[in-house]
Design a protein around this ligand. Structure first.
Ligand code: MN
Length: 252
């Protein structure tokens, strides 16, 4: 189907207690509003099934969720509030490796940003309150669409070109964060306490991740919907195979 919408493979959320996958509607609806066709991917260890499912997609959304296993960045778990998910760690390793190898657009959100950093050689604060002296509220209470802290957007980054802003008020629902940034990622925005809250991978079409939650704020916040818009736009360009080297947008 030539005129189909760009298909975005969405990593499902995993409920350990119910042994079940689930989804927050905003991830799907945010993509639909931006003109994409979201599909929930199957968790599978079967390489053949995985490759076929991934090949149907023009972009991938790495959703929020459990903490990345500290073993993946060479550390032991230090706190009881760290909840990990082997199913997702395993699946997202396959997915991100493939996406980067084939240069398929990826948007990471919250855990998605943290996983991307770890997968590419970076490390995390295992618990921001325990390991930093930050007093910012990174783990807010409802309503989750409301911004609770600001990020400062770095100049000459794709996010700065997209939003044309220096500061952005964001929601925040995380207790971990990037400690050492992967050498292949670049920072696009930091919270006012210095924590990295948005990254991208230069020399790729679109490998982006944000620490905040546009899926919970896109209905009321223009900047959140712009992030879904640019992601789906790139997925569409990728589908049409008419971009190369990240040159289609901005100068980065
Ligand atoms: Mn935050």
């Amino acid at each position: 189907m030539k005129n189909r919408q760009p298909v975005i493979g969405v990593v499902p959320l995993w409920d350990e207690y119910r042994n079940s996958i689930w989804m927050i509607p905003g991830y799907m609806d945010g993509i639909i509003k931006a003109g994409g066709l979201p599909v929930i991917l199957p968790f599978t260890d079967d390489e053949n099934v995985f490759n076929q499912a991934a090949a149907l997609c023009d972009g991938f959304l790495l959703t929020g969720g459990q903490d990345v296993a500290p073993e993946l960045y060479g550390e032991a778990k230090r706190y009881d509030n760290i909840i990990t998910c082997k199913t997702r760690d395993r699946f997202e390793t396959l997915l991100l490796d493939r996406a980067i190898r084939l240069d398929v657009p990826v948007l990471g959100i919250c855990r998605g940003l943290q996983f991307m950093n770890v997968s590419l050689g970076g490390t995390l604060y295992q618990d921001i309150p325990a390991e930093t002296d930050s007093t910012l509220m990174h783990r807010q209470n409802p309503p989750y669409e409301n911004p609770v802290h600001e990020v400062i957007i770095e100049q000459d980054t794709p996010l700065a070109y997209l939003l044309n802003k220096e500061r952005l008020a964001v929601n925040s629902c995380h207790h971990q964060g990037i400690k050492n940034l992967s050498s292949v990622l670049k920072c696009m925005a930091r919270a006012t306490d210095g924590l990295i809250e948005a990254v991208y991978m230069p020399n790729k079409k679109f490998i982006w991740a944000v620490q905040w939650h546009p899926e919970l704020s896109y209905k009321t916040d223009d900047s959140s919907s712009k992030i879904f818009d640019i992601f789906v736009t790139y997925a569409n360009l990728s589908k049409l195979n008419i971009i190369s080297g990240g040159k289609a947008y901005g100068s980065v």
